[in-house]
Design a binder for this molecule. Structure first.
Ligand code: IPD
Ligand code: CA
Ligand code: CA
Length: 266
């Protein structure tokens, strides 16, 4: 279902993501440096992460001054309209820093706490993924469907590793025990792109521990609207404890196996 309000939010999210994507693609300095670090010395922020978030929040504020924001680089505001924007201005910063192409702008709109619009713009791929709750997911104009499920031992599953040393050590241990039970694993460096690739049928599944709301808000809706199942630990929604997204038929055994392997704790 796409009503007037969600269609306005989608139009704004697409335009903001497009502008930020162009700024990041065309404005990347050759001598791009780390501006500061966050949770650990390898959790980096560049001047371009900050500039992209400013562009997005400035654009949205101009059009919808009463909305709230949650942005990775500090944008945080309670609005009065019931709409909140959840923004990762540059998902895949380490790839971007090194000049690797897998990075994206991720923008979601929530109404009363529920995600209704998601946009993931991947400029170096020339791809824009988007979804509206109840209205399906698209790559450009093309409707997206996740992949028919293979048996778990033939599933291609992506994951990511947190910036905090103790968490990534535990994640490496889980991945080591998971690899023999799957076709293979991938690590793209952008959670938003991983979730969008599940939607596009380019991955059978994806899981990660330690995500923040801005990493997953848009991609989770895009994956679900393409027919994928998403969740956290069994019975839970996706969260920082664990995020799992996969085609139905892969999701259930993958989630059960991650529970068995203790994928969520330290
Ligand atoms: C990171 C990416 C990465 C994932 C990390 C995220 P950032 O986001 O999505 O793939 O493994 O957990 O923090 O820092 O590039 O915005
Ligand atoms: Ca991110
Ligand atoms: Ca980011």
């Amino acid at each position: 279902m796409t009503d007037e309000r969600t269609s306005e939010l989608l139009t704004l999210a697409l335009e903001a993501a497009h502008r930020a994507g162009a700024l990041l693609r065309d404005g990347r300095p050759d001598d791009l440096a780390v501006a500061r670090t966050k949770s650990s010395p390898i959790d980096v922020v560049t001047e371009m992460d900050i500039a992209a978030e400013k562009l997005i929040t400035g654009y949205l504020e101009d059009h919808r001054p009463d909305d709230g924001f949650l942005g990775e680089e500090g944008a945080s505001r309670d609005g009065t309209s019931g709409v909140r924007w959840v923004i990762d201005p540059l998902d895949g910063t380490v790839n971007y820093l090194y000049g690797l192409p897998t990075w994206a702008v991720s923008i979601a709109a929530e109404i009363d706490g529920e995600t209704v619009v998601g946009v993931v713009e991947a400029p170096m791929r020339g791809e824009t993924f988007h979804a509206v709750r109840g209205g399906g997911a698209r790559l450009g104009d093309r409707p997206l469907r996740c992949r028919p499920a293979p048996p778990l031992d033939q599933a291609l599953v992506s994951t990511g590793f947190n910036y905090v040393h103790t968490v990534r050590t535990h994640q490496a241990d889980v991945a080591q025990r998971l690899i023999p039970r799957l076709r293979d694993i991938r690590r793209s460096g952008s959670a938003a792109i991983d979730l969008s690739d599940v939607a596009a049928g380019r991955l059978d599944g994806y899981y990660e521990r330690g995500l923040s709301p801005w990493d997953l808000a848009a991609g989770d809706l895009i994956a679900r609207e393409a027919g994928a199942l998403t969740g956290g630990r069994p019975g839970e929604p996706p969260s920082g404890d664990l995020t799992v997204a996969a085609s139905p038929g892969v999701f259930e055994p993958l989630q059960a196996l991650l529970e068995e392997l203790g994928a969520w704790h330290d």
